[in-house]
Unconditional design. Sequence first.
Length: 202
Amino acid sequence: MPDIPGLPPQEQLLVGLSRLGQAVRICAYRDAGPHRLSPLQADVVSFLAGDPRPRRQAEIVEALASTPPTVSDALRALDGKNLVARHRDPADSRAAAVTLTDEGVAEARRLTLVPTPLREALDAVAPADVEGMLRGVSAMIAALQEHRAIPVSRMCVTCRFFQRDAHLRSARPHHCGFVDSPFADAQLRIECPDHEPRERNR
C-alpha cells in the first residue's frame, strides 16, 4: 500500500497546533472587550491575575517572552485604562512593581470566559481525547522549556508537588502534594497558581 502523501503525523500535529494558535489570536482580537485590549495587554492582565503578588516589569517580560520596551508600552496603556497600579517594590525602593486594580481584576475575570467559537470547538472534542491532548501538550511544553525555547509555565509536570503515576492501576494515577489528592490526566493543569518549580527543592 503506498504511503499517504504529506507531512508525517508529528509534523501534521505541529501544523494543527499552529492553526489552533491562529484561532486563539483571532478570537483575542475580536474579543478585545470594553477596554479594547491588545493580545499582549490581555496577556499581562491574565498573568498578573494568576499571582496577586506585586510583579516587576522584568518578571512580566520573562513570563511572556517579550521585550522590556514592548511590555513597558503595554503597562503604560493598561495604567491609562486604570487596569494596573504601580507601587514601590518593598524589596527594592528604587524599583517599581505592578498589581491589578479592582477594574483590572474584573477585566481578568472577563478574560477567563471562553469565546463562543472556541467553546464550541472544545465541546467537539471527546473527554478521552481531551485527556490525551492535555498529556501530550504538557509533555511538549516541558520539552520546550528544557530547551529554553519558551518561558516556564506553571504546570503540573514541572511542579514539586506533582507525583506522576503515584497510584498505579487507578483511574486517577497522579498525585498532587499541595492538595494531597489523586487526579487523572483530564485534571492536568497547564497553568496553576499554586505551582512551585522542582528546582526549589534541589
